[in-house]
Structures are given as C-alpha cells and as structure tokens.
Design a protein around this ligand. Structure first.
Ligand code: A2P
Length: 330
C-alpha cells in the first residue's frame, strides 16, 4: 500500500531533508504535497523525477487530499494552528516543533527507545528536540540495564539546528557579515545560548532536554541538568553526557552493550584516535558513541561523548522512522 504524504515547511532545512530521506528510503508514497508560507508558494521542488508545486499552507489546500502522513517542520506556531486541521481531515501529524511535545495526549517518540508510545497517539505524534533524540538513544540501554540516577548534559550544537538562517550566519560570518539569526557572531565563536532564556536562568533548549528525557524514558524521578551551546559547526550535534547510574557496572559491559544496540555505532579506539566527530556523523543515520570512561569522582559514574546528524536522526529521519513504524505495525 502507498500513502499520501505532506511535507509542511518543505522549503526549510528540515523540510528538504524530509524530502531527501523519503526518496532515499523509498518510502511508499502515493501522492506527495509540499507546503510552505505564501513567500515560497508557487515555487517547485523535485521529488524523484517530478517537479512538485509548493502550495501555501491553508485549509483549502489541505482538504480533499486524503493525506495519510503530514510531516511538519515549519515552527511551533504553524504546528499549533495546523496540526489539528490536518488531523481533522484524517492525517497523522508527525511534528518536529516543540509545540506539542509535552502535551499529555501526544506521544514523544524515538523509535529505538519508546516505540510502544506510538500506538497511544490521537492524531499527533511529536518528534523530540534534536539534542534529546541522540542523548536518549545512548541512554536507554544504560537506563534499562543499570538504572539512571542523574544526568549532566553539555552540548555542542551545530548551526543548522537553527534552520537555513543559522547556517547562513556561519557561512556569511566567515566573510565578515554580521549575524542575522543569532544574537552574536557564530563564526570563530560559540554561544552558551540556544532558544530563549527563561526566568530561572536556563534556556528553553536546556529545559527541553531535561523535560523530554524524562517523558521519553518514562521516569520523572531522573535528576537532570543541562548546558546547551551553539558552536561553529554546520551539521552534527555533539554532547558530553555525564551519567550517575543506580547500580555498579563494568566498563567492558558498557562497550558490549553499545556494540549490540540498534541505531548506535561505537567509535572508541583511543590508540588509533578514533572517537565520534560531527564531520563524520554528518550525513549518517546512526548515533555515534565514544570516549566511554569511568567518572572517578562519584560511585557508578560514567562519561560519554555522543554525536549525531542533527537534521537526520535529530529531526527528519526520526520522524520518518516513526511513520515507517506505524506502517510496519498496522
Ligand atoms: P518559507 O520558505 O516559505 O518561509 P527553516 O527552519 O529552515 O527556517 O524553515 C522553516 C520552514 O517553515 C520553511 O519551509 C518556511 O517556509 C516554513 N514556514 C515558516 N512560516 C510558515 C508559515 N506561517 N506557514 C507555512 N510555512 C511556514
């Protein structure tokens, strides 16, 4: 069976990746529809061998199309307004924005981690924050085997996570242009500031990592703190993750655990200077884990270095894997 698929935000950074990955994975598409703002309505984007018209996102362009899956990445306000419109017409919405993630009726899913939550959906399924996705892929096996007490996240996030404008700020910044997306230059710099600051001094990005990790791992008792940093890297988020486990572990068992995990590539061979790097993770589907070592400062402490392509596994790929899971488990 083939499905009618809509890409909302088709001209954007993640939208274009949705289109590329649907093609690459040969997703069973019947008709495909591309939506964006009125600014790019009327332009065309190629899908396989056909030029597809980009339509303005409005209800009259949605109804009568019998869309099965709507993949959204056009900002939170667009998701809040249009996800219910799509579900009213019978679509399953998989939303990459943060708008619906913490809604109690909306599953927040990483297919390697909590696929069982998908079936609870009522039309909308949320794709987690890019930094959270790669973190929970690496943490789930530890949580399952040893239990996790506390997590300290420190991130090194690529500019593409801020969309086309974020990438432009890096590229144009090296030519001496002032930033347009970020508050300060990102070329040759880094910003300990992703998304807006909240009253308690944390950024929204940091709170997303904290809250979404608890929801995905089904554990509100987890103690988590986070510092999220934008770095002058085009693609690929990197994370230092310090974990305090509930139970004792042997380091060799952790290596074995990661060797067997679906969606994870172990890259940890210090003698040969092998460790995960964004330049190698970019364009790949897996989450790369390395620099695995004991944190000697506490009992049962462990340090990890986790890298993934923020636009693929951190966004478009994860959403498409959710759709594939639904199709394969009908
Ligand atoms: P457009 O290109 O017409 O502005 P990015 O995250 O890379 O900046 O991309 C954002 C995506 O969301 C783009 O495809 C953009 O379309 C789309 N978008 C932004 N605002 C709206 C809106 N109000 N309605 C529909 N699409 C929108």
């Amino acid at each position: 069976m083939n499905y009618n698929v809509a890409v909302v935000g088709a001209t954007g950074m993640v939208g274009r990746k949705f289109i590329e990955i649907l093609e690459q994975r040969n997703f069973p598409v019947n008709n495909i529809y591309f939506y964006a703002s009125s600014r790019s309505a009327g332009t065309k984007i190629q899908f396989k061998n056909t030029e597809i018209l980009v339509e303005e996102l409005k209800e009259e362009n949605i109804k009568n199309k019998k869309i099965d899956f709507a993949l959204f990445s056009a900002g939170g306000d667009t998701s809040l307004e249009f996800a219910p419109i799509f579900t009213n017409y019978g679509s399953i919405v998989i939303d990459n924005s943060s708008a619906w993630r913490m809604h109690h009726e909306v599953p927040l899913v990483v297919p390697e981690v909590n696929p069982e939550d998908i079936k609870k959906h009522k039309g909308i399924i949320a794709n987690p924050n890019c930094s959270t996705i790669q973190a929970v892929v690496a943490l789930k096996p530890l949580h399952h085997k040893y239990g996790i007490k506390r997590i300290i996240y420190s991130t090194y996030q690529a500019v593409s996570g801020a969309g086309m404008n974020g990438l432009n700020d890096l590229l144009e910044g090296y030519n001496g242009q002032p930033p347009r997306k970020f508050s300060h230059p990102i070329a040759g710099n880094l910003l300990p500031h992703i998304d807006v600051f909240t009253e308690n001094g944390y950024t929204k990005e940091e709170l997303k990592m904290i809250n979404e990790t608890k929801k995905i791992l089904h554990d509100d008792s987890l103690k988590i703190t986070a510092t999220t940093v934008r770095v002058p890297v085009a693609y690929g988020h990197s994370e230092s993750i310090n974990v305090e486990l509930n139970n004792a572990y042997e380091l060799e068992d952790i290596f074995e655990l990661y060797e067997e995990c679906a969606g994870i590539v172990l890259k940890d061979d210090l003698a040969n200077l092998v460790y995960p790097m964004p330049i190698e993770a970019a364009g790949k589907d897996e989450v790369f884990v390395g620099r695995i070592r004991r944190d000697f400062s506490i009992d049962n402490g462990l340090n990890l270095w986790v890298v993934a392509d923020n636009i693929r596994k951190g966004a478009a790929l994860n959403a498409i894997q959710i759709a594939e899971y639904i199709i394969n488990n009908k």
